[in-house]
Design a protein around this ligand. Structure first.
Ligand code: ITT
Length: 200
């Protein structure tokens, strides 16, 4: 089984990544991690990359290279965020730092959007895979379109999921099961491209 460092400090991302990968490489019994499977491991202690990039692509590469440098192993990074049309694409690459707490970030978003009719938004995820020397092997981008709800709803997922209504579903991401979210999410779309790269 291949071992790849997943360049993150966000446990929610790791959980989703493992579920998406298990569904992609199932055992015949449906228990996950069949042939071609990848063992994602956490970066070594001290992994704390400074995300100075202005794009998801730049930050994703910074994180992947830092994990490869520290571990000496191939690494995969996920840089993601919520882009709201009426806010000119904000919070975008600053999604994790929009306020101090998860609830604070949701509250700020709802407040900023109070006076807007256009609530359209998208989640973006850019994944970068590098080899042990930090050279790019593959990059993938996934987007999930929808709109920002007027109030939060649902308890699943993480981050902005309770206020993101997925296009044509009538549900927030936090009202979806893990399986439903992973099928349509920005992260699921990006990761399945990475897994396909390994599967050829
Ligand atoms: P790492 O950099 O350590 O991977 P992070 O949470 O700081 O973790 P990002 O810089 O990529 O990661 O910021 C992503 C933020 O975007 C995340 O903290 C959430 O606020 C939001 N986000 C991304 N994907 C999301 C999802 O599937 N559901 C809800 N919010 C999401």
């Amino acid at each position: 089984m291949r071992e790849i460092v997943f360049a993150t400090n966000n446990p929610h991302k790791l959980e989703e990544l493992s579920e998406i990968a298990d569904a992609y490489f199932p055992l015949p019994t449906g228990e996950g991690q069949g042939e071609g499977a990848i063992n994602f491991i956490l970066p070594p202690k001290g992994f704390n990359p400074i995300e100075t990039g202005e794009t998801f692509e730049e930050n994703s590469l910074i994180k992947a290279r830092e994990a490869a440098r520290l571990s000496g192993k191939p690494a995969l990074a996920d840089d993601s965020g919520l882009c709201v049309t009426a806010l000119g694409g904000a919070p975008g690459v600053h999604s994790a730092r929009y306020a101090d707490t998860a609830q604070g970030r949701i509250d700020r978003l709802l407040k900023e959007l109070e006076s807007y009719e256009d609530r359209s938004a998208k989640f973006v995820c850019v994944m970068t895979l590098v080899d042990e020397a930090g050279e790019i092997l593959f990059t993938a981008r996934g987007e999930c379109h929808g709109e920002i709800a007027r109030k939060q709803s649902g308890i699943n997922g993480f981050g902005y999921d309770p206020v993101f209504i997925v296009k044509d579903s009538g549900k927030t991401m936090a009202e979806m099961s893990e399986e439903e979210k992973n099928l349509i999410s920005h992260r699921g779309l990006a990761l399945r491209q990475i897994l396909a790269y390994f599967n050829v």
